[in-house]
Design a protein around this ligand. Structure first.
Ligand code: FAD
Length: 314
């Protein structure tokens, strides 16, 4: 079922989850173990993240530049296929513009359609310094809105080449939104304007970056509605488990923590895990009371504390 159908048909609050593919070399079991821990919480859908390669560029003694790939985490499509077919849970495959040509994206979408995966989250991604060489006869998407347009074309049966007997592909398209602004956007107004471009290009729903202050989400939804964005806006939450994350999470995700939360965590570092769980429970309770489309948890590869939070609502 499509994410939007889950939202439209829901008779009780929905929970959705986001996991990352295990590091290269690990087995699929690392991902399926996480899914098994989430099963009791009746996941409406599970997102699987996508990752561009990462590279260092070293200047060599002879003046040339050597590219050294240090990170690669493939597997998103395969893991989605396994989760959907083994556990009968709908999956959302993340697709990135960065690091992929339009031709590769088209092939990925054909593959997803064969696998019966009809939900995708269209993202730009962050480059990790990886400048992939593109052949001259290949085309690229830059912003997520370009990717949304490409997917929408395929939904109408328009492929990059004039292929014989090409049938339309069937996808619901999600995109990312930022209650505290995307770090590159000059201001909130411009960021929401570009978000509206994604929706106008064909996105069906929005999932937000994590936030720790629900007021930021409610204000963001109001601003989106004022800008004419009418689709569902799914709030994203993360359960913090240690004090160190108070500095690492903002560094990666550009989010702000409320004073009360920071004070409680720093004054009681040994209880950080319990404080993180309690804070996420409070956020969840308030979001559910506001009838949000689903509460989406960034599980990554550790479902334990998310499970503790969600269990309270069953
Ligand atoms: P875009 O929508 O393209 O926006 C990027 C920036 O460009 C924004 O500042 C926007 O305001 C601006 N912009 C947009 N259009 C224009 C335009 N026409 N002209 C000028 N400026 C413009 N990253 C991963 O690598 N893998 C994942 O699986 C992943 N999953 C994510 C899931 C969620 C729910 C979220 C919120 C983020 C996720 N990310 C993921 C991170 C995401 O890739 C980064 O935040 C990235 O920096 C922006 O992606 P985007 O799709 O929002 O980009």
């Amino acid at each position: 079922m499509k994410v939007t159908e889950h939202i439209d048909k829901a008779t009780s609050p929905l929970f959705s989850f986001e996991i990352v593919p295990p590091p290269r070399g690990k087995t699929l079991k690392a991902a399926t173990d996480v899914v098994e821990q989430l099963l009791p919480h009746n996941p409406a859908w599970i997102d699987v993240t996508a990752h561009p390669s990462g590279a260092y560029y070293n200047e060599m003694p002879d003046g040339t530049v050597e590219r050294k790939i240090y990170k690669k985490r493939p597997g998103t499509i395969g893991i989605c296929g396994v989760i959907q077919n083994r556990f009968k849970i709908d999956t959302v495959t993340h697709l990135l513009t960065q690091g992929f040509t339009q031709e590769e994206t088209e092939d990925a979408l054909i593959e997803l359609n064969y696998l019966g995966i009809h939900n995708v989250l269209a993202l730009r991604g962050d480059g990790l310094n990886y400048n992939k060489k593109y052949a001259k006869d290949r085309s690229r998407n830059f912003y997520a809105s370009d990717l949304v347009k490409q997917i929408n074309q395929l939904k109408e049966g328009v492929y990059l080449d004039d292929i014989n007997n090409s049938l339309p592909l069937d996808f619901t398209i999600g995109v990312a939104g930022y209650p505290e602004k995307h770090f590159e956007a000059p201001n909130m107004k411009m960021d929401i304007k570009y978000l509206k471009d994604k929706v106008d290009a064909g996105a069906d729903y929005i999932v937000t970056q994590m936030f720790f202050n629900n007021d930021a989400y409610f204000k963001f939804v109001d601003m989106c509605r004022e800008a004419g964005i009418t689709c569902p806006i799914v709030p994203g939450l993360k359960v913090l488990k240690n004090v160190k994350q108070l500095t690492t999470v903002p560094r990666h995700f550009y989010v702000d923590f409320p004073d009360d939360f920071v004070n409680e965590m720093t004054e009681n570092p040994d209880n950080a895990e319990e404080i993180g769980i309690r804070w996420a429970m409070k956020q969840t309770e308030e979001l559910m009371a506001a009838n949000v489309p689903s509460v989406h948890f960034y599980v990554m590869n550790d479902a334990k504390n998310v499970s503790t939070v969600v269990k309270k609502f069953f």
